[in-house]
Structure formats: C-alpha cells, structure tokens
Write a protein that binds this ligand. Structure first.
Ligand SMILES: *Cc1c(COP(=O)(O)O)cnc(C)c1O
Length: 389
C-alpha cells in the first residue's frame, strides 16, 4: 500500500481512534509493578473507574479483551450447569451466549430480530414462569454494537424485581457495556446491576487490551459458592491484591497509564457533556441517513444508539463493496455488518474522540460515495432511487 497523506479516518464502532494525549501518556517506560508509584496509580485509576461505572462497589481490571470479562463474570458468580437467560439482540449477544454454552451453562438465547433491544416485558414473563428460581442470571447487552440498538437496563431491572413477587426474582443481572461505558448514560448501582462487563477500546478511547468487571455485593456473595474451577479470572485474588494497589499477575502497565489519562479527559469534559455530545452527533447522523433516503437498522426511536448507527443498504447494493469504495476513495474505515446482517449494513461511530467536524467529514464521505448509485446522480443528495452497481 502506498503512503496516504493525512490521518486515516477510523470510524468503525471500535477500537476507536486513540487521542494524542492518551498515546503520549502511554509512551513512557514501563514501571515496576510492585513499586510504590505503581500502587498509587492503581488506586487512582480504580477509584476513577468507579465514577465512570457510577458505582461505589468494586471494579476489577483484566489484561484481556472484552470477551475475557464476559467469561470472568460468568465463572465467578455462577456454577456449571446453571440456567442463564440471554436475549438475541444481535451478534454480541449471540457470542456471549456461545461463551456461556461452551462453559457448560444451560444458556437460553431468547430469539430476537436484530433490530430491537431486550423487551422488559419478556424478561418479566420468563422470570414469572420460573417459580422454582432455576434461572440464576439474566444477561443483556446494553448497547448492541452490531445493530446500533440500546436496551433499557433500568426497565429490565424493574421487570426482574416485579417478576419475583415481594422480594423480586433472585437471578443476577449481568450487563455488557463494552460499547456503552463512557458513551451512553449507564448506572451500575442505581440500576441494580450485579456484574457490569466493559472494555478499553470503545468509549474509553484506549487501545484494545483491558477489560473490566464492576461487581455488586450480591455477585461477590454468589462467588463464594461458585462451583467453577478457575484461576486467572478469580475476583477474590484480584480484589485482595488491588487493596494495596497491586495485581495477582503482571498488569498491562502502559495501558494503565493510558487509562489514567482517559479518565482525566472524561472528567475534564464531564460525563454528562460526553453523553450529550454523542446524542447530538447520533441525531445528526440519523438526519443525514434519512436525507439520503436510507433506513436506520434500529426500529424503535427510544432504542436509537448514541454510540453508533447501523444503516441498511438499499436492495442490490452490497455494504462491504460500499465500504471498500469508501476506504479506497477517502481512507475511511466504516464498520461492517456482522453475523446474519453481513453485507446488509454499514456502521458509523459517534462516540469517543469525536466532534462535529469529524462527523461532518464522515457523513460527507458516505454521501459522496453513495451519490453515483442514484438513478439520477446529478441530484446529490436526494431524490431518485438507488440503482444497483
Ligand atoms: C466490542 C464488543 C465486544 C467484544 O469485545 P472484545 O474486546 O472484542 O472481546 C463485546 N460486546 C460488545 C457489546 C462489543 O461492542
């Protein structure tokens, strides 16, 4: 590949473009991870993370991708053979279910249409039918990155509480926030989530390589009687070492430098301002999609994601061919369709290190590459149906 002038536009949902401030923060010698300066940094980072998860309860950091943190949540708090209820909101929910199945869970994936979020009434009905409390956990993906649909976690919690009579159904609530943490409003404590799973390479603007579990009191209690044989993912070892600012094994030191910087940036802007920025850019994107005569994959406006938008390609146009043209012409990467919507959608990111001009550039580029496919390409953008390539 020949040299391309200027910056590559990384507009895939994640990993996101890493800001210069974070790159510079990581570009430092690796320090002694058993020394006092490291312990101080760990404590600062762990306390900062609690603010992002909006929790007073423990958060642990793994040197792993988000998939590792999925596994950690399941094997710490549950036992082999436990029934878990999952919801097919898209590719990531499907993959989480596969992890659970491989680990020996009785993991039911409630079918979905890949255009909607988890339905709280469905959660309530399933749990109300489970008088014997066989279901040990409800697992939901907060922001389904494959579809651009955000589920209402607060309503799911309420549905679980209603389903079990006076004391609520005792199942744990586990939520994947890998593409929503620090992107969309999320409240681990207020919403009564037991284990929140997150990762570094999306809203936190870091490279891939770190993932997180935020853990409720109830989940910690459940972990005491877990029947799983486990080692690397153990919460108890991690929490004991974290107490003094250390890890049970070598942590990803330089990524932690980056995390410290990221937390500083999010706090300087203010989380609520970050969310408002993403809401604004997402709204602008949907207006553009509608002006192009295209359809957003998410069906229900209340579930529109402010993290990313998935756009349905018109009949006869292949999304991957389109993305290839975008990359060749403008050096911009768009997200592809995953799983059963491969080739049918492309995805644009709004979150993380984004602003008006970045979004405007993204939308300009999509519009420009789409325009020759119009029946009447003289009219750009707008009237006239799309014609196949
Ligand atoms: C990116 C993503 C994952 C996968 O995380 P990895 O870091 O690739 O293991 C899981 N769930 C959601 C919602 C995601 O966006």
């Amino acid at each position: 590949m020949s040299y391309k002038s200027g910056r590559h536009f990384l507009q895939i949902p994640g990993p996101t473009n890493v800001p210069g401030r974070i790159l510079r923060a990581m570009d430092r010698p690796t320090m002694d991870h058993r020394g006092p300066a490291f312990a101080e940094m760990t404590k600062e980072v762990l306390s900062g993370l609690k603010g992002i998860f909006r929790t007073e309860q423990p958060v642990v950091i793994y040197p792993a991708s988000g998939t590792g943190a999925w596994e950690a949540a399941l094997v710490n708090a549950l036992s082999p053979g436990d029934r878990v209820l999952m919801f097919e909101t898209g590719q990531f929910a499907t993959l989480w279910q596969r992890v659970a199945e491989r680990l020996g869970f009785d993991a039911e994936l409630v079918p979905g249409d890949w255009r909607s979020g988890v339905k709280p009434e469905e959660v309530e009905a399933r749990l109300a039918d489970d008088g014997g409390h066989a279901i040990k956990a409800v697992c939901a993906v907060h922001n389904e990155t494959s579809t651009g649909v955000t589920s209402n976690i607060k309503a799911i919690r309420k549905a679980m509480d209603r389903a079990g009579g006076k004391t609520g159904h005792p199942a744990l609530l586990m939520v994947d926030t890998i593409s929503s943490l620090a992107s969309i409003d999320y409240r681990h404590d207020d919403w009564g989530v037991d284990v929140t799973v997150a990762g570094s390479q999306k809203g936190l603007m870091l490279p891939p390589g770190l993932s997180f579990n935020a853990i409720s009191e109830k989940a910690l209690k459940a972990a005491e009687t877990s029947g799983f044989r486990q080692s690397y993912w153990r919460w108890d070892d991690m929490l004991e070492a974290n107490e003094n600012g250390f890890f049970p094994y070598t942590p990803a030191t330089n990524l932690l430098y980056g995390l410290k910087e990221s937390l500083g940036m999010l706090n300087e802007e203010g989380l609520d301002n970050v969310f408002a920025r993403h809401d604004r850019l997402a709204e602008a994107t949907r207006l553009a999609v509608s002006a192009w005569g295209l359809e957003v994959l998410c069906r229900n406006p209340a579930e529109y994601s402010s993290s990313l938008t998935a756009v349905l390609m018109p009949d006869g146009l292949d999304a991957d061919e389109f993305r290839k043209l975008v990359l060749e012409r403008f050096d911009m990467s768009l997200g592809n369709g995953l799983g059963k919507i491969a080739g049918k959608v492309f995805r644009m990111r709004h979150r993380a290190a984004s602003n008006e001009l970045l979004m405007a550039g993204t939308l300009f580029c999509v519009e420009k590459v789409l325009s020759p496919f119009r029946a009447n390409s003289a009219q750009v953008p707008g009237a006239g149906p799309f014609v196949s390539a």
